[in-house]
Design a protein around this ligand. Sequence first.
Ligand code: 3H9
Length: 705
Amino acid sequence: MPDLVKLSLHDDIAVITIDNPPVNALGPGVPEGIAEAIKAAGANEKIRAIVMIGAGQTFIAGADIREFGKIVSGTRPRLDLSPYLRVIEDARKPVVVAIHGTALGGGLETAMSAHYRVIAPGAQVGQPEVKLGLIPGAGGTQRLPRLAGVLKAVEMCAVGESIKAEEAVSLGIADRLIEGDLLAGAVAFAREFAGHSAPKTRERNEKLQATNPVIFAAARDQARKRGRGMIAPLAAIDAVEAATQLPFDEGCAREAELFNKCLFSTQSKALIHAFFGERTVAKIPGIPKTIKPLEIRRAAIVGAGTMGGGIAMTYANAGIPVIVKETNKEALDRGISTVHNNYATSVAKGRLSQQSMDERLSRITPQLSYDGFDQADIIVEAVFESMAVKKQVFSELDKIARPDCILASNTSSLDIDEIASATSRPDMVIGNHFFSPANVMRLLEVVRGRETSSEVIATSMALGKKLGKIAVLAGNCRGFIGNRMVAPYLREAQFLVEEGASVEQVNQALYDFGMAMGPLAMDDLTGLDVSYAIRREFERLEKPGVRKPLVPDLLCEQRRFGQKTGRGWSKYDANRQPSPDPETAELIERSARQAGIARRKIASDEIVDRCIYALVNEGARILEEGIALRSIDIDITYLYGYGFPAWRGGPMFYADTVGVHRVLARIEELEKEHGPDLWAPAALLQNLVARDRSFASFDEGKEGS
Ligand code: 3H9
C-alpha cells in the first residue's frame, strides 16, 4: 500500500489515515490506497468497523487540481474515482469518515460514499467544483441530494459555497458532531455501529421523492444572474436534476458526461489558472521565505475620505487597532459617519452582528492630531492624489514615526520613489494601493520602490493576507499594473463614444463580454475628478500631438464627476441607478464634430477588441519592463481589482486563449487605423508570436509558476 494511505488497528476498529500533504488531495495513489486499505480491513476477521480520517489540518480537500491540466492535454488518463468509492460503499463492515478541516469536492464525495460521517466543530464541507468551472465528478451530484435533499444539493453544487459542521449535521450530511478528540470519538462511534446494517447512500432515495421542478427553474435563473456567462453552474443543476429522474448509475453516467464537458472547457482552464494564480502571486522571486515579515499590531491612517475610511474598516475587521487622522473636524466626522453607516448596513442585512460592529468601531480612533502615530507599526497615507500633498505628509510622518514603522502610500498612480524621497528612510516606504470600496474589494496592489526593503515587501504581502486581501506585487511606474493598463482601456472606450458608439453601447458590450460593469460605468463609479487630478499630475509627460479623449475634462469642468454628483457619462438617480444622459450625449457629439471626428455605426465586436486588446498590449509592455513579475500577476490584478470575468482567466490568459498571433494581427490593424502612438504592438507580444509562444510560457520557470 502506498505511504499516502496508512492502515492501523485500534483493537477491533481499523483506522485508515490519508496522509498526502498539504491538503490530502486525491492525487495518484490516494484513491487506490484507500480502496486497498478497505479491502485489507475487510479481510481481517478481528476488525468490526473502519474509520477513515485525514492527517494534518484537514480531511480530503478534493481531487488533485494539478492533475486536471494533464488530463486535458492527454498526458494522464481521465480520472474515474467511482470504482474506488464503490469499494468503500460496498464494504461489508461499516465505514465511518471523520471530518476535520474541510471535506471539499472529491473529499466530500469520498465521505458520502462511506456509511457514516462524524464531524468536528469548525469543519466545513462543500462541493466547490463550480468555482473551478467544473461540477462534482465522483457521484457528488447524485449522493448529495440523497443525504441533504434536492434544494440544498442544488445550491451547494451550483454555487459552490461550503457549509459548517452544525449545518451538515442538521441536513443529514453528517451523522454526529464530535467535540474533543475526533479520532477517539470516531472510533467510539464506529464501535457503536459495528454490526448494524450499514446504509448505502446510493440506495437512500427518500429525500429524492416529490421534488418540485420549480427548484430547478429557480436555480437556473439564479445561476444565470450570479454566474453570468458561466457554463458549470448550469451543468451542476442539470446533474442534480438527473438524480431525481434517473436511477443512481445512470445519474452518475450523466454526471460524468457533464463533468467532462466542463473539464475540457476553456472556462475551467481559466478558473483553474485563477485558483493557482491567487496562490502564486504571494510567491516573490528573490524574496526568500526566510525573510520574516514584521509584526503589525497597530496601524494609523492619514485621511478619512472614502479610501481612508475603507482602509480603516479593513484593519478594524482584521482585529488591528487603527488611528484615523483628518485635518478638520467636518471631514473627520463625515468620514467616520460613513464608516458607521457602512457597518450599520451590514448589521441591517444580517451580515454582521451588532456586537461585532461595536467591537470593530471600537478599534477605530478618529482624531485631528498625530497623537499615537509614534506607536504605529504601519502608517497608511490616503490623502488627495497630488504629489505635493503626499510629499508634505511623508515628510511629516518621517519625523513622527518610529524608525521601524512602515510608511505606505495608497497612491493609485504616483511615483513611489519620489514620495519616498521626502523621507530619510526610503527603504521603509512602499505603495499599498487599495481599491474602492477598500473594505470590500479583494485586491491590494503592493508597489515596491527602488529602495523598498525585502522585509517591508514581505510584510505588506503577509499583511495583505491578514487583511483578507489578495496582494499582488507591482513595480513603480505611472499607474503601476492596474491603473497603467486601465488608462488605454478607458481611452479606447472614450474614443469609441466620440466616433459614434453610445455610452450605453460601450458599457453593454464590455458587460456582455463578462466585465462586472462597463468602462464608462466604472469611470463614473470611481469618480471622473480622480482621473482628472491624475491627468494634471502627468500632463507634463504627455507627447504633444497624440490624440486624447476630449470629453472627460469637459465633464469635470461642469462638475459632472459621475455617481457622486449624480451626473457623469450617465445620469444617476438617488439609488445610483444609471440612465442615459442626453446632455452628455450632446456634449460628446458636439466635441467630436468640432474636432472633425467622423461619426459612424460601431459594432460591439470592435468595442470589445479595442478595449480588451488595449489592456493586453499595455499588459505585455508591463511584463517586458518587469513591472509585473509574471503574466499571472496581471491576471489576478484584473480579476480582483477590475471585475474582469474569472472564467476568462484575466486579460493575458484571455489573449492566450484567443491566440497571441490573432491578438497581434488585430493590434496591427488598429495601428494602421489609429497610428503607432496609440497602437504600436508591444515588443514582447511580437516576440512571443515570432517564437510561437504564449504569455503562459513566458511565466514558466519563474518562481511560483
Ligand atoms: C474535485 O474535487 C473534483 C471531484 O468532483 C472529482 C472529479 C473526478 N489540489 O489554499 P491554500 C494546494 S475538484 C491540489 O493556500 P488554505 C494549494 O495550491 C477540487 N492542490 O491553503 C496550496 O499549494 P501551494 C475541489 C491543492 O489553508 C496548498 O494546497 N476542491 C488543492 O488557505 C495550500 O492551499 C477544491 O476546490 C487541491 N484540491 O486553504 C478545494 N487544494 O502551497 C480547493 C489546495 O503550493 N482548495 N491545494 O501554493 C481550497 O479551497 C483551499 O486550498 C483549502 C485550504 C480550503 C483546502
